[in-house]
Design a binder for this molecule. Sequence first.
Ligand code: PFF
Length: 449
Amino acid sequence: MLAAAGSAIGLGNLWRFPYLAAQNGGGLFLAIYFALLVTFGFALLVTEVAIGRKTKSSPLIAYGKLHEKWKWIGVFAVIVPFLILPYYCAIGGWVLKYCFVFLAGQAAAASESGFFSGFITGTMEPLAFMAIFLFLTFFVVYREIDEGIEKFSKLLMPLLLLIVIGVALFSLTIRYDDGTVARTGLDGLAVYLVPNLDGLTVRDFMSVLLAAMGQLFFSISVAMGIMITYGSYFEDRGNIFKSVWQIGFFDTFVAVLAGLMTVVPIYVLMGHEGMNASGPSLLFVSMPKTFHAMGIAGTIVGAAFFVMTFFAALTSSISIMEAVVSSLMESLSISRRKAAVIESLIAFAIGAVVCFGYNLLYFELPLPNGSVGQVLDVLDYVSNGLLMPVVEIGTCLLVGWALTPDDIINEATKNGEPFRQKGMYKTMIRYVAPILLTILLLQSLGVIG
Ligand code: PFF
């Protein structure tokens, strides 16, 4: 389960959660995220871990073992990490670049507007950093040295947490005053935490809900087979509920703090427009500004922050590649090494297209869900906006109707674990989750909204 937590905490918490919170108005996004987490986030986590433990198989086989007709869910579940890996490595490359920038003492330059866009619009540099990040991931998976890396990152994670807490507190002290407008860190905190319902339309609400759901799945690593894999290693006498609560709680704690340290400064320094315009670059634009505001200490804190973010990203990307590699090994009956090479070459090719999406191949593609994006956003949209809901609708229908929720409940409570929310779980899996997920999927497809 520690491995599952290491896989869960990554760029989803540090990079994706903050920019989505900023884009979706802060407080409302947070409130919806929590509501989703404690209802179907936990229900789905329990379900996936229990499916893994019950079938003792990876996703490609697990779903078929439960019910022959529902094997396809496993196939969809494996396409998700396959699509995520290339862009995850592109962002991992950005983090690596910032490690070097801060270690070289160029904190001031990095805080200037235009630094980040200058970097990603260059052709070769982002490609090179993506390739290094991907290679490191490949190397660990190829040599099967995950354990060593995990031990090392377990040491670094508490440090990362300390830095995140420290920077989050510091960001509350930032002020902006240009004579006409003044904003303080506490104003920023209010924007981040208090839902703003002024002029909110149903359409806005639904799009925040959709963003929060995609993020929830991404962050707790459900709907991509990975929790089934971890579940298959989960000991029969272990308590699934306890582990699931721990993962969910810790993952969310880190995400909320990361959001605080990123969203508050961007609001204070650039106002609501800065928040809306941020998108995937938020972490790399907002954080250097905060570190710069810290003076000399900012260089050191910034370097430490990016180095630890790098390790958090690496452990997650290893688990993403591992998910694809183990499925390739199983379905094509090939060796781990061969599978790792094949997957890495494909990820490199797609990753290169992601990097070129900000320069050579730049386009502004309107997506069916109403947003506009580059290659990275398209991959993110297909995996998080389309495939993940499909996987989870399938899982709910399988567990709720083709089987019975009791099959899962019995697995999760087989050591006599008390499960007080049994009724809620059943209603959730049979009715609420599939209906809500279908509405969200239709909205994502642009059919409604
Ligand atoms: N949950 C990880 C994060 O928040 O960064 C990302 C992730 C890990 C996605 C493992 C997919 C996966 F298989």
